[in-house]
Design a protein around this ligand. Structure first.
Ligand code: ATR
Length: 273
């Protein structure tokens, strides 16, 4: 019997996950079907239950349900517990295992695909919402020289600094608190790009060989990537690689096989142009 998987979200029609997992399944000769499920904003739990009762083996969870998914899971991986958000379920009998593959996806894209080590680098993480929280532990585990978290509302960055204090040292504040400092890797984890907006960054934060990374992606470069290019950042990346890598990490959790992500990243980029 074909194993069933799905991504659940609202909205979800734009999701590239069905395409990505179909490509992984073809490539690795896995017999599975992956669909998109639109859950009503107040209907996340019943959408999951129905899918489980129909024999579903696992799910990805996207906006706005990652926090509810964290609550619904009855087992959590460490990275999901620390992120306080779940983007992957694996169902086995009565167990709903919650995992969070976003951070691993980001790290793999930066270190393996872009060939940019995080170890020993100065890293600036922009934003202090769910997207940031999900990647802090994996970033700290790479042992950067410095991890700074900047946010429009500085209090939220300071809260994250406190919450992660047992995992490593973070420097936190508003964007302008980092004026005069330079970073090797600057990651935009804010929702600003969604609104074609840009956080108020100090002028010279990009080090000479800096990587500017936007976790968002769209058909044209985001405002942040345009700004980074104007400021001379030589390496620019959008979130397509992270999207495929987090999917690959979920696929591995479900199937025990690591798909080749490069071909799928290239396929997504081509289909966008
Ligand atoms: P997510 O779960 O996607 O991270 P979120 O929890 O709503 O979403 O967080 C959104 C993040 O983007 C926050 O860090 C937010 O900054 P505030 O905490 O100050 O609200 C940031 N953000 C959204 N729009 C922004 C903008 N136009 N400029 C700067 N930061 C912005």
């Amino acid at each position: 019997m074909t194993d069933r998987y799905a991504v659940v979200g609202n909205p979800v029609a734009h999701s590239k996950s069905p395409l990505i997992h179909a490509a992984f399944a073809r490539q690795t000769h896995q017999d599975l079907y992956y669909e998109a499920i639109l859950a009503p904003l107040d209907g996340f739990i019943s959408a999951v239950e129905i899918f489980r009762q129909q024999g579903g083996k696992g799910m990805n969870i996207t906006v706005p349900f990652k926090l509810q998914a964290h609550q619904l899971a009855n087992e959590l991986t460490e990275r999901a517990r620390v992120a306080q958000a779940v983007n992957t379920f694996k169902f086995e009998n009565e167990t709903i295992l919650g995992d969070n593959t976003d951070g691993a996806g980001l790290i793999r894209d930066i270190t393996a695909n872009l060939n940019f080590p995080v170890y020993g680098k100065r890293v600036l993480l922009m934003g202090a919402g769910g997207a940031s929280r999900g990647v802090i532990l994996p970033l700290l585990q790479q042992q950067p020289a410095l991890l700074a978290v900047a946010n429009r509302t500085p209090r939220k960055a300071l809260d994250l600094q406190q919450q992660f204090a047992t995992h490593g040292q973070i420097s936190a504040g508003g964007y302008l608190d980092f004026a005069g400092e330079q970073f090797d890797i600057i990651i935009n984890a804010t929702a600003a790009s969604l609104n074609d907006d840009l956080p108020e960054l100090p002028g010279d934060i990009f080090a000479a060989k800096a990587l500017a990374y936007d976790m968002m992606y769209s058909t044209k470069p985001t405002r942040f990537l345009q700004y980074a290019a104007q400021r001379g950042a030589p390496h620019l990346a959008d979130g397509i690689g992270m999207l495929v890598e987090q999917a690959a990490e979920s696929f591995y959790l479900w199937r025990g096989i690591r798909p080749d992500t490069r071909a799928v990243i290239a396929q997504l980029r081509n289909s966008r142009n």
